[in-house]
Design a protein around this ligand. Structure first.
Ligand SMILES: *Cc1c(COP(=O)(O)O)cnc(C)c1O
Length: 345
């Protein structure tokens, strides 16, 4: 049901992000694919996106039959802006800027490229609620900001939920039409839309969650700073944040480059050996993400061979996300840090 809680949430969320409009939807993936649908991006069109993103970013493009063009990541795990221009063709219609792991991408430069080449700009903010670039919040730079409120995100609901943000009244209006079977007036359908309503119950919960976002983000910053200061082991590379950007630390991602002798000894990468070591010592970790989208079975049809995106593939073999959640105690974190610092060959 579309109701009063949703309307209030949309107003409050837009004001939080710093846009004129927000439209509640059923999920982050819906936000992405509907964004491209409303922008009229489809078959024969190309959308530029970083290679090391979560696969949902890519599905948002391909559900519309558009083609994802992958760009390698930089040392901040965000799209390498220096590599974008080479990938622009006359089929390029948009850039999808993902703020991966909660860090704002270099929106100053990405926005400049969009203006120079007359491209649409869509942001994947599923991991970046509250992250800023140049003091401006992610989700307010592009034609659409796409948010997920899946329970595991920094701003989570009790179940699936999502939203878009925009400054354009016509885009906001069309998004509302698309989320409701393509209908603005009952039983009159303008376009083939979706059933992508944000439930009243979730909207009510998200209104409360929104009032806690500052605390949630501060706590994660404190946890990330602890990791940054106290992790001390030559085998691991700590995450870096671009000057002018902030991270809301959806994930705290280390890299563990391969050391030959581990491979000889265990037949597995140093990262996997490190992961197993942590597991054996009671520290659970996750890999975000072990298979880059271009190598997943779902995207074999794109015909992008292994080795074409070496940095993306390297990161997939090196990254590991440490425990990071609101409510993590000092004791728990110190144990993780001590365990990491004792890792040796
Ligand atoms: C979670 C996520 C999505 C998809 O959001 P859902 O609400 O799960 O559909 C899209 N992009 C990124 C980067 C995500 O982390």
């Amino acid at each position: 049901m579309l109701g009063k809680e949703l309307e209030a949430f949309e107003e409050e969320f837009a004001s939080y992000v710093g846009t004129k409009y927000a439209v509640g939807l059923a999920s982050g993936l819906d936000a992405l694919w509907l964004a491209f649908r409303v922008l009229g991006i489809g078959k024969g069109d190309e959308v530029i996106v970083q290679g090391n993103t979560y696969i949902a970013s890519v599905m948002g493009i391909t559900i519309n039959s558009a083609t994802p063009i992958f760009v390698e990541p930089d040392q901040y795990y965000q799209i390498d802006v220096d590599e974008i221009e080479k990938k622009i063709t006359d089929k390029t219609k948009a850039i999808l800027a993902v703020h991966l792991y909660g860090q704002a991408a270099n929106m100053t430069r990405i926005k400049a490229l969009c203006e120079k080449y007359n491209l649409k700009l869509v942001e994947d903010c599923a991991q970046s609620h509250g992250a800023c670039h140049g003091g401006q919040m992610t989700g307010s730079f592009g034609d659409f900001g796409c948010f997920s409120f899946y329970p595991s995100k920094n701003m989570g609901a009790f179940g699936d939920a999502g939203a878009i943000t925009t400054n354009d009244p016509e885009l906001a209006r069309m998004m509302k039409i698309y989320r409701n079977y393509g209908s603005e007036k009952r039983y009159y359908n303008m376009v083939v839309g979706a059933n992508s309503r944000l439930d009243e119950l979730q909207a009510g919960l998200l209104r409360v969650k929104l009032t806690h976002m500052e605390d949630i983000t501060e706590e994660r910053e404190r946890l990330a700073n602890n990791y940054n200061e106290k992790i001390d082991n030559s085998h691991v590379i700590k995450p870096m944040v671009l000057e002018g950007s902030t991270s809301v630390w959806h994930q705290y991602v280390l890299r563990v480059p391969d050391v030959r002798n581990y491979q000889d000894r265990e037949g597995i990468s140093t990262r996997d050996f490190f992961k197993k070591y942590l597991e054996d010592n009671g520290v659970g970790t996750i890999i975000h993400y072990p298979i880059p989208p271009h190598l997943s079975e779902a995207y074999l049809y794109l015909g992008i061979e292994k080795g074409i995106l070496p940095k993306t593939e390297q990161y997939a073999n090196e990254v590991i996300s440490l425990p990071m959640y609101n409510g993590m105690t000092q004791e728990e974190q110190d144990y993780v840090i001590d365990t990491i610092n004792s890792f040796c060959d």
